[in-house]
Ligand binder design. Structure first.
Ligand code: ADP
Ligand code: MG
Length: 261
């Protein structure tokens, strides 16, 4: 579905008194692909470059070098007008969906906003989509009138997922979708994401820092250390018998018990 090939991203380093030094390379020659209906995990500690790769995969940020293919087509140089189908089909879910939600908007308006922006859909069809998205994330139909501040963290994240589903995407880019939630709520959201994937045949890029969570969610895992992939393979193998010292450290830091839902 999505191929990232030899992706590198550098940012200018801000030196003392505005003198720039060597650009800081925050992603260094990273390649991976998302297969249809499968989950690829990108795991690393804070600052390892995970969100930068998520934004590159979403075409929100240009790589310094490298190529992004969507369903075989090179979209790296595409102008925004040529990315409309891509934007519908590849949707993000961020760590704190609450931060991304306008506090003054009710759930119905939040959910239909992407459809309103895209245009060309009758109001009744938008309402049907909103109702279907609420059902998909297992929230009651009358949540349409709620304001974000009246929702729990888990409910807000369900709204974030519903909003991502509203355009009927094929790929979700999940950037730490449960990292801000209590462990018990994390399990509910992870199970929900798995159910949605099964029902709709979606591809997931799952980004996180916890290897136990990644084992539960992912088919394949790649471990990112300071912008480089240091280990990759089937999830059970990477988490069950890691080769790399950095991966072993991440595993020791995992506080998520080996939850099987
Ligand atoms: P992660 O999501 O793994 O925590 P990020 O991709 O957010 O990592 O960040 C990786 C590195 O890139 C960090 O050192 C961060 O400070 C740096 N970085 C991210 N975005 C920018 C930016 N717009 N300008 C400069 N540096 C950035
Ligand atoms: Mg991040």
């Amino acid at each position: 579905m999505l191929n990232l090939i030899n992706i590198t991203k550098s940012y200018p380093r801000k030196g003392l008194f505005g003198r720039g030094g060597e650009p800081a390379r925050v992603v260094d020659d990273v390649s991976f692909s998302l297969q249809g209906g499968r989950t690829f995990g990108l795991i690393g500690e804070s600052g390892s470059g995970k969100s930068t790769l998520a934004r590159i995969a979403l075409r929100l940020v240009d790589p310094t070098s490298g190529t992004v293919l969507y369903r075989g087509e090179d979209i790296t140089g595409h102008a925004p007008s040529r990315l409309m189908a891509f934007r519908r089909e590849v949707q993000p879910v961020f760590q704190s969906a609450s931060g991304a939600l306008d506090p003054r908007m009710r759930v119905a308006a939040l959910l239909e906003q992407p459809l309103v922006i895209a245009g060309g859909m009758a109001r009744s069809e938008r309402e049907d989509r909103v109702a279907a998205a609420l059902r998909a994330v297992e929230l009651p139909a009358d949540f349409t009138t709620r304001l974000p501040r009246t929702l729990s963290g888990g409910q807000r994240q369900r709204i974030g997922i519903a909003r991502a589903l509203i355009t009927e995407p094929k790929v979700l880019i999940l950037d730490e979708p449960v990292s801000a939630l209590d462990v018990s709520v994390q399990a509910q959201i992870l199970n929900l994401l798995k159910d949605i994937q099964q029902a709709r045949g979606l591809s997931y890029l799952f980004i996180g820092h916890d290897l136990a969570v990644a084992r539960f969610m992912c088919d394949e895992i790649a471990v990112l250390e300071r912008g480089r992939l240091v280990e990759r393979g089937p999830a059970d193998q990477i988490v069950g018998s890691p080769d790399n010292a950095y991966t072993k450290g991440l595993l020791e830091a995992s506080r998520w018990s080996d939850h099987r839902g």
